[in-house]
Ligand binder design. Structure first.
Ligand code: DP6
Length: 329
């Protein structure tokens, strides 16, 4: 076949109700429902070109050739696309983040969402967003959520192994802001996949975590629909801290916090005692993401910039769905 190429962009997302633990490793099905916000400020742009002259997939991130597990994860997704399109052609994949890759910020969600959309488009497959979200989710569950804009859910119940994310409300529903407090430039020591599998296998708190999620996720969805920032914030903080508590109780314990993470958490609580509506969440790394509304965004940025150990802040509005930017199909 003649080479076919497509370029797609997807935004990162931050979970309010965290996904932590798998119900099924083979199909990468989550053990708990999760709810996220899509972030306009952080995105990945990926071009996929299927080319008959290649004898292996070539994968570049920020211009740097990828080998080993990072490259294999891309090939695994491309193999699913090739099987669906019924061809064997290898591809060149060029992916660029609009935020520093070495910043320690997670990029797998936006990366696998952009890769899924670009490769489906370059392969000439006519799939809807749900099916592309399911494809992204098989590579990284949080990536399934980045196909959609605004407020997004990834449920747990599935028809067999098919499990797409769903949009709860578009960005126009509510002007929630996220301020990321970047606290480290290091790559995280324990990946999300390894951290959650180890927690599920060894933490005495894992079952309690799974039970809690069945009430927290719907509570967070109700707070989103009601635009209730206090209810949303309280449930969001409980989800993050309970996830980390389950990881801390694993054997040996998994600790993602750095001293600066605690400084930021305390500053967020101190903002609340000053009547500033700010709530914190932390993923599998030391950064803190602060959820607030448009009204408080600039004061939250100011307060976070004064915290010991905060290297920079990134403020974001809610972002839209993943989009195809260019396709020759
Ligand atoms: C803490 O989606 O990276 O960010 O499915 O194993 O690739 P895999 O895990 P991943 O886990 C994300 C974990 C989290 C919480 C979340 O985004 O829901």
């Amino acid at each position: 076949m003649t080479p076919h190429s497509a370029c797609a962009r997807a935004h990162a997302n931050i979970a309010l109700a965290k996904y932590w633990g798998k119900a099924n490793a083979e199909f990468n099905l989550p053990a708990v429902p999760s709810v996220s916000l899509t972030l306009r400020a952080l995105s990945t742009t990926t071009t996929v070109t299927f080319d008959d002259t290649l004898d292996d997939d070539l994968v570049f991130v920020g211009g740097k050739r990828q080998q080993g597990r990072p490259k294999d994860r891309v090939t695994e997704m491309l193999d699913r696309v090739r099987a669906a399109a019924d061809f064997k052609t290898r591809a060149t994949v060029e992916s660029v983040n609009n935020f520093p890759t070495a910043s320690g910020l997670a990029s797998s969600a936006s990366a696998f969402a952009a890769l899924a959309l670009a490769s489906i488009s370059a392969a000439g497959l006519d799939w809807d967003s749900a099916r592309i979200s399911d494809l992204a989710r098989r590579s990284s569950a949080s990536a399934g959520r980045s196909l959609f804009g605004g407020f997004v859910r990834l449920p747990t119940s599935s028809k067999g192994s098919y499990l797409p994310s769903e949009c709860i409300a578009p960005p126009s529903h509510w002007d929630v802001r996220v301020i990321v407090a970047v606290t480290s430039l290091e790559k995280k020591a324990v990946s999300s996949t390894r951290g959650m599998n180890h927690t599920a296998a060894t933490s005495p708190y894992f079952d309690a975590w799974v039970n809690l999620c069945s009430t927290l996720a719907p509570r967070i969805e109700r707070a989103i629909l009601a635009k209730d920032i206090d209810e949303l914030g309280k449930a969001t903080e409980q989800s993050a801290l309970s996830m980390h508590a389950s990881a801390l109780a694993a054997a040996p314990g998994v600790l993602y916090f750095e001293p600066a993470t605690l400084h930021v958490l305390k500053e967020v609580w101190s903002m609340r005692s000053d009547a500033i509506k700010a709530y914190a969440t932390v993923d599998a790394g030391p950064h803190v993401k602060v959820i607030t509304t448009a009204e408080y965004a600039s004061v939250v940025v100011q307060r976070l910039q004064g915290v010991q150990g905060v290297l920079r802040t990134i403020a974001s509005k809610l972002g839209g769905p993943a989009i195809v930017i260019e396709s020759d199909r």
